[in-house]
Design a protein around this ligand. Structure first.
Ligand code: NAP
Length: 495
């Protein structure tokens, strides 16, 4: 069995960023294992009508690989998929990728100082380093509703959109009102004969300042990359301001959060005149407890005669329709599940990972706290980089997180090799210190001080702690990734 330098699980933007970083460090014997049939992660799996990036596209790309061709300020999903393909081709990453390969687990072999990675169909493979880039929003959640499997019509989860299925003239039910549903519902309303949206928790919706990027500006971005860097910087600065002032420093700046809430309330008031409908669409939790979204056509969709908002809880589903707890029923042809993802149970971690002394990562996280040093490494898991860790998500663009982690890898692997070593492991002390610092900082945030219990937000783990987002500025995360004390790691092995 040949041993790779590194195995990366996941061929989305996180996994590709990790591979680019490993190449820069001189590692070329890589294997990228991907469960899906192609690269791109989220942007390969999701192709439902209305899919678009929900932050300005100039910020949603690698800083070292700008894309001057975005057609809109909020680019449609297919452009993100094309961008992923471009990156894979330009950085010659396809040669490492194996698709349709589901990884089931990984075990640290202390004697050989390597990871053994098992696959559902195929022999185990081994590598010196293991990197998991399995995403946060990658395990679809099917709701546990009584009778759902007895429904005889068409069922579509948004992550498994059937492009060939024609919804025109159909009676459609949509369950869920998260960011995905907000994009999808206006599109479905254009073709459905009747549409009922089953809402459990309303979402804060902000106006979407979307516009087409004029061809002249695209040409300018291509000819003078500095112009696009300025656009990226401006977009990032706005996102950072929203995140740091509105969410993370709620204690110091409660007015910033209230401003965000007022902005969304005014948007709802402008678009919905019926007070009863407006009341139903108004969240009862603080702005920022759950990721808010942007849309100009979500609210107006509910004013159309053939669109209904149902807020009475669903009691059960039968062969032909949905019954609510007040006894009301609607017959439907199509059931659309915009029910999001199982983040914590199925994804932390997405595969079984057994480290030194038999430590099981998922079990350890659940029996202790969800934690990872700088959102990257975990004690007793040598030579392991966990890209989708507790406290890893920094800022609002996922690319901020990816590039911060690439920077961490750069410093870590460079230091290891400078010592003539081949193994790294974060110390328990460094991990504990980082966790303590994050827990203290989260105390200033909306998550600790706001009214979040009604939000049903995936930012919170099953213990009720908000351990997904790193509660510091992206500047702080970026700085620490390039300057963390090297004593925070122990190094071993001979190069
Ligand atoms: P989500 O935010 O988790 O929303 C899932 C929705 O389904 C919620 O309204 C939830 O209600 C509802 N739901 C789940 N189970 C239910 C049940 N048993 N009965 C009734 N309702 C149920 O998932 P999402 O909308 O897919 O969005 C996830 C994240 O993906 C977003 O926050 C965003 O970060 C990202 N996203 C990004 C883009 C983009 O960039 N283009 C687009 C879409 C999504 P509760 O709230 O009551 O649980």
């Amino acid at each position: 069995m040949s041993t790779y330098d590194a195995i990366i699980v996941g061929a989305g933007f996180g996994g590709m960023g990790a591979a680019i970083q490993l190449n820069r460090l001189g590692y070329d014997n890589l294997l990228i294992l991907e469960r899906e049939s192609d690269l791109g992660g989220t942007w390969h799996v999701n192709h439902y009508p209305g899919l678009a990036v929900d932050i300005p596209s100039a910020t949603y790309s690698y800083s070292f690989e700008p894309n001057p061709g975005w057609s809109r300020l909020f680019a449609p999903g297919r452009e993100l998929k094309r961008y992923a393909e471009h990156v894979a081709d330009k950085y010659r990453l396809r040669r490492y990728m194996r698709f349709g390969t589901e990884v089931t687990g990984a075990v640290w072999d202390a004697d050989r100082a390597q990871w053994t990675v098992s696959r559902r169909d195929g022999d185990p493979v081994t590598a010196k380093y293991l990197l998991t880039a399995t995403g946060f929003l990658s395990q679809p959640r099917k709701p546990d509703i009584d009778g759902i499997d007895t429904f005889a019509g068409k069922v579509i989860h948004t992550t498994d959109w059937d492009d060939g299925y024609d919804l025109s003239g159909k009676r459609v039910a949509v369950i869920g009102t998260g960011a995905t549903a907000v994009q999808l519902i206006p599109e479905l309303a254009k073709v459905a004969a009747e549409m009922t949206v089953y809402q459990r928790t309303p979402i804060w919706v902000s106006p979407k300042p979307d516009l087409a990027v004029p061809p002249a500006l695209r040409r300018a971005f291509a000819a003078v990359p500095l112009t696009q860097r300025i656009a990226r910087w401006a977009g990032s600065a706005v996102l950072e301001l929203m995140m740091v002032t509105g969410v993370l420093h709620y204690k110091q700046l409660p007015a910033a959060n209230r401003l965000g809430e007022r902005w969304c309330r005014a948007h709802l008031r402008r678009q919905i005149r019926d007070p009863e409908l407006r009341r139903k669409l108004t969240p009862s939790y603080s702005f920022g407890c759950k990721r808010p979204t942007f849309s100009n056509d979500y609210y107006p969709t509910f004013t159309r005669d053939h669109v209904h908002l149902e807020t009475t809880p669903i009691a059960r589903i039968d062969a032909t329709g949905i019954v609510t707890s007040d006894g009301g029923r609607r017959d439907i042809d199509v059931l659309v599940l915009a029910t999001g993802f199982d983040l914590w149970e199925a994804n932390f971690p997405a595969i079984e990972i057994i480290g030194r002394d038999g430590r099981d990562l998922g079990k350890w996280w659940r029996e202790n706290r969800f934690q990872a040093y700088e959102g990257v490494t975990v004690p007793r898991f040598p030579n392991f980089i966990s890209l989708n860790s507790p406290y890893s998500y920094s800022g609002l663009s996922y690319f901020t997180t990816i590039e911060t982690q690439m920077r961490h890898m750069d410093r870590l692997f460079t230091a290891m090799r400078a010592r003539g070593a081949t193994e790294f492991e974060v110390t328990q002390h460094a991990n504990d210190e980082f966790l303590g610092r994050m827990r203290e900082k989260i105390g200033d945030s909306i998550f600790a001080l706001g009214q979040c219990s009604a939000a049903n937000s995936y930012y919170f783990n099953p213990h009720g702690e908000a351990t997904l987002l790193r509660p510091s500025s992206t500047a702080n995360a970026h700085r620490e990734a390039g300057r963390f004390p090297l004593e925070d790691y122990s190094f071993a092995g001979k190069g």
